[in-house]
Design a protein. Structure first.
Length: 95
C-alpha cells in the first residue's frame, strides 16, 4: 500500500502534515483520515477516493469534528464491506 499512500499524501501537502490512516474497502475505494489544524484548533477530516488507472478520483470528503477547544488523537479506519468505520479520541475543552 506504500505507493497509494504516497499518491494520497501529495493531494494534501497544503492541507495536512500527514495522512493518519488509510484503508481500502471491499468495493476498491480508499478512505483516508487525517488531522488538520484549522482556525487554531484540530479538525478530523475523512475522504473517499476511487482509483482509476494511475489517478485517484474524489468521491466525497467530510469534516468529522472540529472547532474551538477541539483536540483529536489517533484516528483509525477499518473497512467493513463496501464502507469504512472511523474511530478516534477527542478532547473537548481540556477534557
Amino acid at each position: 500500500m506504500g505507493w497509494e499512500r504516497g499518491q494520497f499524501q501529495a493531494l494534501w501537502e497544503a492541507e495536512a502534515e500527514a495522512i493518519d490512516h488509510m484503508v481500502r474497502a471491499a468495493d476498491g475505494s480508499y478512505y483516508v483520515a487525517w488531522i488538520s489544524f484549522r482556525d487554531g484548533w484540530d479538525t478530523l477530516q475523512i475522504a473517499r477516493y476511487e482509483r482509476t488507472g494511475e489517478t485517484f478520483e474524489p468521491r466525497g470528503a467530510w469534516q468529522v469534528v472540529g472547532g474551538k477547544g477541539t483536540y483529536v488523537l489517533g484516528p483509525k479506519l477499518a473497512f467493513a464491506g463496501d464502507g469504512a468505520y472511523l474511530v478516534f479520541a477527542q478532547e473537548l475543552s481540556g477534557n
